[in-house]
Design a protein around this ligand. Structure first.
Ligand code: AP5
Length: 210
């Protein structure tokens, strides 16, 4: 199954992708994680992306489309994949169509802005493996340490309050129109993102069966 997870910044796309990737046995492709890895290793793409990502802006379409195109050609995507954070603009969705990729379902995780700001301010992230935690709702086993890889958890620079407001603004202007784009194609499923993490995953899996 080729799946897209849509939703505002901090709606829980990464959290759901972790669960769905295990349950559906297909890889997750997170453009946010790929961009953060490139920033950390100082690659040319990472240096280009840094200024945008850290200020809550979208990285230019041509940069992101290139990395997704390359990633989707890898063997592990042959039986399906979960796109987390891509597409984020109509031109990105059109580029995906031009790649000849058929998307089966698009799951929109629906969360109001005021809940988003609370979630994101409590988020702690592992910049090594991309896992995310929350100081109240998803604590690691050992405070400050990633359960999966043992690295130190940090607060992302783009999770600071003023940057989150900018990310929400960008989301409403550039990403939200994708709901209509995929609804018109008959592919959109909407889940209530204010439920517990497991409940959202179960509701999503149920909807995907239909
Ligand atoms: P990216 O990492 O994709 O950022 P995002 O979409 O803003 O998504 P987040 O990682 O902030 O949130 P999420 O929805 O995954 O939520 P999470 O599961 O962590 O991208 C970062 C940047 O890279 C972008 O701003 C942009 O610059 C660039 N970029 C990436 N893709 C791009 C593209 N395609 N085009 C251009 N630029 C691109 O959950 C949030 C918190 O809430 C966590 O702490 C979690 O534990 C908690 N939580 C989750 N679910 C629940 C729940 N149900 N109840 C309570 N708490 C919950």
């Amino acid at each position: 199954m080729n799946l897209i997870l849509l939703g505002a910044p901090g709606a829980g796309k990464g959290t759901q992708a972790e669960i769905l990737c295990e349950r559906l046995n297909i890889p997750t492709i997170s453009t946010g994680n790929m961009i953060r890895e490139a920033m950390k290793s100082g690659t040319e793409m990472g240096l280009k992306a840094k200024e945008y990502a850290e200020n809550g802006k979208l990285v230019p379409d041509e940069v992101v489309i290139g990395i997704v195109d390359e990633r989707l050609r890898q063997d592990d995507c042959k039986n399906g994949f979960i796109l987390d954070g891509f597409p984020r603009t109509i031109p990105q969705a059109e580029a995906l169509d031009r790649m000849g990729i058929t998307i089966d379902r698009v799951v929109d995780i629906n969360v109001p802005d005021e809940v988003i700001t609370r979630r994101v301010s409590g988020r702690r992230a592992c910049l090594d493996c991309g896992s995310t935690y929350h100081i109240e709702t998803k604590k690691p086993n050992v405070e400050g340490i990633c359960d999966r890889c043992g690295s130190t958890l940090v607060q992302r620079k783009d999770d600071l309050p003023e940057t989150v407001l900018e990310r929400l603004h960008v989301y409403h202007a550039q990403t939200e129109p994708l709901r209509d784009y995929y609804a018109a194609a008959g592919k959109l499923l909407v889940v209530d993102g204010q439920q517990g993490i497991q409940e959202i995953a179960e509701q999503t899996l149920e909807l995907l069966k239909g």
